[in-house]
Design a protein around this ligand. Structure first.
Ligand code: HEC
Length: 154
């Protein structure tokens, strides 16, 4: 067998085993790490959007749309980053998340809706709508943190 074929097969096997690892239920500490990574990524996009939307930096090539799209995509992940059993350990997630699932689901939906509206607003071009949609995103983060996240400094 030629070497390139062998390496292609090896690569395929490696990627298949990665897929099966990713689809298996994550250990709680990894679920928490992943949730933090998603939250930190959202924070980064919100910070970049603020700088772009308020003309503090030049938007060289539709960066505003890109960050809003990424934020909207990440907001959809909020539904799955709080699996049962991931409420203890290195986490600031409050038990209320699992005790009041309907209320929590509403906070998740509000964030996803706000981020989707912001994505639309960056495409529409109207400044007032954009600023309003950005404020709503901030309120959706804060709204959930107030009820479902431990007191924190950042
Ligand atoms: C539906 C609820 C909810 C929404 C909406 C939400 N968060 Fe969070 N966020 C949490 C919870 C709960 C924690 C604590 C998670 C933990 O420590 O495991 C958290 C933690 C964080 C952290 C700290 C992560 C770390 O490394 O410790 C940041 C930063 C953050 N959120 C940013 C945001 C931003 C920005 C938004 C809005 C774009 C947002 N969050 C929307 C619930 C939410």
């Amino acid at each position: 067998m030629h070497r390139p074929v062998v390496s292609a097969i090896t690569a395929l096997l490696v990627s298949l085993s990665l897929v099966s690892i990713a689809s298996a239920a994550a250990k709680p500490e990894n679920a928490i790490k992943y949730r933090h990574a998603v939250m930190d990524a959202m924070k980064g996009h919100v910070a970049a959007i603020a700088l772009l939307a308020f003309n503090q930096v030049e938007d060289e090539d539709e960066f505003l749309e890109d960050h809003a799209e990424a934020l909207a995509d990440l907001s959809k992940e909020l539904r799955v980053v709080f699996p049962a059993g991931s409420g203890t350990g290195e986490t600031g997630a409050l038990p209320a998340i699992w005790e009041q699932p309907e209320k929590f689901a509403k906070a998740v939906q509000a964030a996803a809706d706000a981020a989707a509206a912001l994505e639309d607003a960056t495409e529409g071009g109207d400044r007032k709508t954009l600023v309003g949609a950005f404020k709503k995103v901030g309120e959706s983060c804060k709204g959930c943190h107030e009820n479902f996240r431990e007191e924190h400094d950042d």
